[in-house]
Design a protein around this ligand. Structure first.
Ligand SMILES: C[S@@+](CC[C@H](N)C(=O)[O-])C[C@H]1O[C@@H](n2cnc3c(N)ncnc32)[C@H](O)[C@@H]1O
Length: 341
């Protein structure tokens, strides 16, 4: 069970061990902060477990091979060097299942999941990947990609963050939820150590936490497919890849947010909007196309405006923000329709 790498903390680091757990929290709940191929992750089935519960959770059939893997996993879970770190609780692990949500769906009907086991007595967290094939009704614990983060006290307020893997030769990178093994040492570990030292989990209250992330991911993929042809015909001097996908992402965010708002307030009419300083107008075009009446305003007309067709309302207007100071800070205004009576 090799130690792969280690990150040291500045001596006298006051944020530990709490900072370790807040950094782990960011990595579990918001893996996309470090891994840009992900849109996020969802967590389910959170509960405290003992070894019997774990056996039930991980044991999906009784083949000999599986039993061997389970033995190795249990040994891995109980590793850690200090005898003072024996378990004090009946249910020593806090368990949760996280499901990765990739930016681009690469797993088909399968879902890439992990059992995340936090062991607060031993200050370590273990990640156990498994694959759920809902079509085949099968769950498979994987031998590869099992890893662990450990906070180790070196005495005199010295700490180190260690990365261990169950087997270093059995790592399979899928380029999405599981980047190459060296990435864990070169990118993930230093970030976790920095967050732990700064204890800054609250910094990552991302705007996506306001939305159901699966819905966002699905809508983003659909809209990207629908509007990607714009990249080929982009007549502006600006980078089409950047602008098209950025505006698709903003449109996705608004469309999901508005759908949630309509559901919460039992509204049927779509929200209308005005985009102030709309630039190329693509956001206005997408929102209009997706059923929201609205218009874009900009001081300068763009060539691409002519390509959208008459339904996309774009206007050249000079806004004078000093006449209406909130305009200095706003880009997009939207109107919530009246609730039906
Ligand atoms: C930073 S760009 C943003 C463009 C677009 N919203 C986007 O995100 O790609 C700011 C836009 O605001 C427009 N703008 C700046 N001052 C303006 C004003 N006083 N009245 C109208 N449009 C203005 C500019 O022409 C420019 O297209």
């Amino acid at each position: 069970m090799p130690k792969l790498s280690e990150a040291e903390f500045p001596s006298g680091c006051k944020s530990l061990p709490e900072g370790f757990w807040s950094a782990v929290e960011v990595w579990v709940k918001k893996p996309h902060v470090v891994n840009k191929r992900l849109c996020g992750a969802t967590e389910t089935e959170s509960r405290d477990v003992d070894s019997d519960d774990l056996r039930k959770l991980l044991d999906n059939n009784d083949k000999e091979e599986e039993e061997e893997l389970l033995q190795d996993v249990f040994q891995f879970l109980c590793s850690g060097d200090s005898p003072a770190h024996t378990h004090q609780k009946d249910k020593p692990w806090s368990s949760t299942v996280r499901t990765f949500i990739p930016k681009v769906n690469c797993y088909g009907a399968k879902q890439q999941k992990e059992v995340v086991l936090k062991d607060s007595d031993r200050q370590l967290v273990t990640f156990l990947p498994f694959e759920e094939d809902s079509a085949a009704g099968r769950v498979t614990l994987k031998k590869c990609n099992i890893y662990q983060l450990r906070l180790c006290s070196k005495g005199c307020e010295q700490w180190a963050l260690e990365l261990h893997v169950l087997t270093s030769d059995g790592w399979l990178s899928d380029g999405v939820a599981y980047p190459k093994l060296p990435w864990l040492s070169s990118d993930l570990l230093p970030k976790l150590a920095r967050w732990a030292a700064e204890c800054k989990s609250s910094e990552f209250k991302s705007t996506l936490s306001l939305l159901p992330v699966e819905k966002y991911s699905l809508t983003y993929q659909q809209l990207k497919e629908k509007y990607k042809s714009m990249v080929k015909v982009w007549p502006e001097v600006t980078d089409p890849e950047k602008f098209v996908y950025e505006d698709v992402a903003i449109a996705t965010y608004l469309l999901v947010l508005w759908a949630e708002e309509r559901a919460a307030k039992s509204l049927t009419d779509p929200q209308s909007f005005v985009d102030l300083g709309c630039g190329n107008g693509l956001l206005v075009h997408i929102l209009t196309n997706e059923g929201h009446p609205g218009r874009g305003i900009d001081v300068r007309r763009r060539r691409i405006w002519d390509m959208y067709g008459p339904r996309t309302e774009l206007e050249v207007v000079l806004l004078l923000p000093f006449l209406c100071p909130p305009l200095l800070f706003l880009r997009l205004l939207w109107e919530v329709p009246e609730a039906p009576v």
